[in-house]
Design a protein around this ligand. Sequence first.
Ligand code: PLP
Length: 360
Amino acid sequence: MPASPEHPLSPATVAVRAGRPPHEPDQPFSVPITLASTYVAGGDLEYGRYGNPTWAAFEDAVGALEGGRCLAYSSGMAAATSLLDLVALGDKVVVPRHSYNGVIVTLDDLELRGRLSVTQVDITDTAAVVAACEDAALVWFESPTNPALEVADVPAIIAAAHDAGARVVVDNTFMTPLLQRPLEQGADLVLHSATKYLSGHSDLQMGAVVTRDEELYAVLKGRRDVQGNVPGPFEAWLALRGLRTLSLRVERASANAAELARRLAGHQVPTEVRYPGVGAMISIVLPTPDQADLLVRATSLWVNATSLGGVESTFERRRRWKSEPTSIPDGLVRLSVGIEDVEDLWADLEQALDGLAVGG
Ligand code: PLP
């Protein structure tokens, strides 16, 4: 894309313009969906598991946004397990105790089977994280964490990990490359559940990894070629279509979240409102799990559903999942704020909270 070092394109522009066919007569404006299990031999693609022009366009766009080379996967967890596979037998992985639950469950399973060792940390306790990095091979974190919404000292942790010779993976799903670009801060690898904000419409599952390290890229690409954890072309096309509006969606959802967090903090029912001051995720704590269960059933706009990052507002009591750690309060409800009108969202939430106050 035409950008110079003096005038780099803004991420909002990159999200719209990256990963398009060349501007030449008769080229389509958007990349078509290529449905192919195989290609005529002699080129770069050869077989459907090795590459696809529709994923390639998605990868170009996400790579341009994060500032590295991207590989697309069939889900965020498919991407995550590929990254965990980079760790050698017996190596130590440092992870926040409140990382995305699927990652924690996978790490626990790998540890149980003797594949690696795991040290869980409180990601807000930078000194403890730095100490844990000392003999680690991989430091993996999210900031803010899901669903506790704790914020890490990203540069300090990356520096400590690198001093120890460890690689750093940052799961940037909650922030998106519009609000945080970990590769620019020195991370080795960025992970996305593209199921969430990048695609943004709750209609597909995809994952993405981005790196500036050519060697790591080649290892991951080689493994994806044989392991086949690749996305479908239609999903990649939809994800790229969704990505075009990422900037507008993030802007609107973030503004809604800031306003809702302010109003929630003034409401009598939640005992705690967790909002990191950026992004569109909020967690509130209700006095009892029963009240949390009542709340998520008492709204008409807010949908009681897992997942996040879509245009529609959703929420759920996280401890309804048996694998969620007990350090997450039983009455914690995680809200994914969408792009609806903020007054409509508040009216729906407020009447449900008021009902709890009356009902006790
Ligand atoms: N990372 C985070 C922060 C998530 O919230 C999720 C899913 O909720 C994942 C990774 C896993 O992504 P997927 O559901 O696309 O496999």
